[in-house]
Ligand binder design. Sequence first.
Ligand SMILES: *Cc1c(COP(=O)(O)O)cnc(C)c1O
Length: 341
Amino acid sequence: MSIQDAPPDPGRAAPIPGANAPSNATPSGPDPAAAGGLLTIDLTAIETNWRTLSSRTVPIECAAVVKADAYGCGLEPVTTRLAKAGCKTFFVADLAEGRQVRALARGAVIYVLNGLLPHTAQAFADANLRPVINGPAELAEWDAYVSGTNWRGGAALHVDTGMNRLGLSPDEAVAVASRAQLENHGFTLLMSHLACAEAPSHPMNDRQIRMFRELRILFRGVSSSLANSSGICRSFIGWLGASAQARWLISSLRSAAGDRNKPPAQVIVAGKRCPIAGRVSMDLITVDVTDVADGRARRGDFVTLIGSDLGIDEVATSLGTIGYEVLTRLGRRLHRVYKGG
Ligand SMILES: *Cc1c(COP(=O)(O)O)cnc(C)c1O
């Protein structure tokens, strides 16, 4: 089988002004002519997804979680778009992301999920960010800060109703409520996280919902949040709408043996699904193109790694992980195109 070259693509081959800038200096990443892969992020799809989720929670507000660099999609473009679409509350992972979102959405309410690290209370107040209080030590530190400074910027109290990860125990939360010091803590949100939201019939959901309902009664007047995206809407992961294509690198065609115990992951070459053969070695994969018509697989063409015909969840399953991990690990070395931006 001979390998033909793809025809020149002016969009790819032309020198790009400022292309020598460091690869992560802009949200678009490295120069497309030189990058090994292209990631297309559809901001219109993200906005539509957020609107769909919001319409399912009416009259309750639907916040956007943009942690982990907006799940790998880019904190800045995603936050800017969702804020413009009317999203008023954002959740981020840490203080640094909180400050970034504050700069982009001046009037937004911003919660920081990783909570209060020691001696950071002042930094939260300075950027008007709200920590999610995840345990008794954080609670004590926030309490001391709030009573010492009279800061009323708000915070979330995270209660562990069954996730077994972060949060105060229900008993600890009851104690907070009964100390009648709610005002002192200045809590603006009572939150918990469903452990089995992707499995609607799991008995854990009902148990958690019941427990959360009881706690809400004790925290009357404080907003509450329980459902993540799969809690609001099955079959549908959040506001995400991403697709990625990676440039195909071929130096030669050889025969390669795959792992026969596992169905191989697939990519799309010239519109056809093809199995990956053998191991991934850094940036290189070997693709079995036996089924692609002669001459259709060309040197310099793109193959699709993730796209509308090859969904993130399918890719994740074949890699033995979940869609969130695939997205957040797409990395900074891809050239990014923001559609609808
Ligand atoms: C990440 C996170 C969410 C959002 O979860 P999705 O499944 O991405 O919708 C909600 N609550 C907490 C506490 C989280 O950490």
